[in-house]
Write a protein that binds this ligand. Structure first.
Ligand SMILES: [Zn+2]
Length: 253
């Protein structure tokens, strides 16, 4: 039973039986893993508050070939993120990012992805009150880019013809991004992506901040992101609950 020590972030945690917790982690060495923290619900256990949601640290995992559930021997939290749980805006956004990872990230080594998640959560923690959503939208698109399915924005997703960088374009989730006028006429379900919305997504994919967005624009971006992700799901029709909840959440002032 190989022992793996790897940097990890807690994305999900739930109680298991009387004394244990099961966590889902994104790790540098193994990608997404599930692990059981035995005894984590006992008083004065060795994990303490280390397994709080979105905490980062060094995880010591005992892996068993062919098993989906590893054993978490220890978790040395080096970065707890209490500010994410302290505000509903930030928490709803962080939960949406976690869901994106849990549904799309691979079960294999991906150091770039772990760095992108770390950056996204750190930026969200530092977001000013009321400004969590645009920051998290940026984080989400940076994860999509890192996962390798960023939408095409400057060339037609179907025929690869260059698109006017400053104009409105048709955006078609199933085709994988923006379309030229000729291709847009041949598909159904495309929506108009205004130039400022395309600029924002372009900035986020390149890990830059977007220009300031008003509330209706934020909502439109949340919906576009969710619909894009839904189109790329490969694990059946389960809804993206956290993304939906985030979209419907009323922003705290
Ligand atoms: Zn085209």
């Amino acid at each position: 039973m190989p022992l793996v020590t790897t940097h990890a972030i807690v994305l999900h945690a739930f109680d298991y039986r009387e004394t244990s917790r099961i966590v889902r982690l994104i790790t540098r060495e193994l990608g997404i893993v599930s692990a059981i923290a035995r005894g984590a619900r006992r008083p004065r256990n060795k994990f303490g508050a280390a397994l709080d949601l979105f905490a980062g640290g060094e995880a010591e995992l005992v892996t068993t070939l062919g098993r989906d559930l590893h054993a978490l021997n220890a978790f040395d939290a080096t970065r707890s993120r209490p500010a994410l749980a302290a505000s509903l805006d930030r928490f709803a956004a962080a939960a949406a990012l976690a869901e994106l990872l849990l549904r799309f990230a691979p079960e294999q080594e991906d150091p770039g992805l772990l760095d992108a998640v770390t950056d996204a959560l750190d930026a969200l923690e530092a977001a000013p009150p009321g400004a969590a959503a645009p920051v998290a939208l940026g984080g989400a698109w940076s994860l999509v880019a890192e996962l390798g399915f960023a939408p095409s924005l400057d060339a037609c997703a179907l025929c690869h013809a260059p698109l006017d960088p400053a104009g409105a374009v048709a955006f078609h989730h199933r085709s994988g991004g923006a379309l030229c006028a000729a291709c847009a006429r041949r598909v159904t379900g495309a929506r108009v992506l205004p130039p400022e919305a395309r600029d924002a997504i372009r900035a986020w994919l390149g890990r830059c901040a977007s220009p300031p967005l008003d509330e209706p624009s934020v909502r439109a971006h949340q919906r576009l992101l969710r619909e894009f992700l839904e189109e790329h799901l490969t694990d059946g029709g389960r809804p993206l609950r956290a993304l939906l909840a985030w979209e419907r959440h009323e922003v705290d002032a």
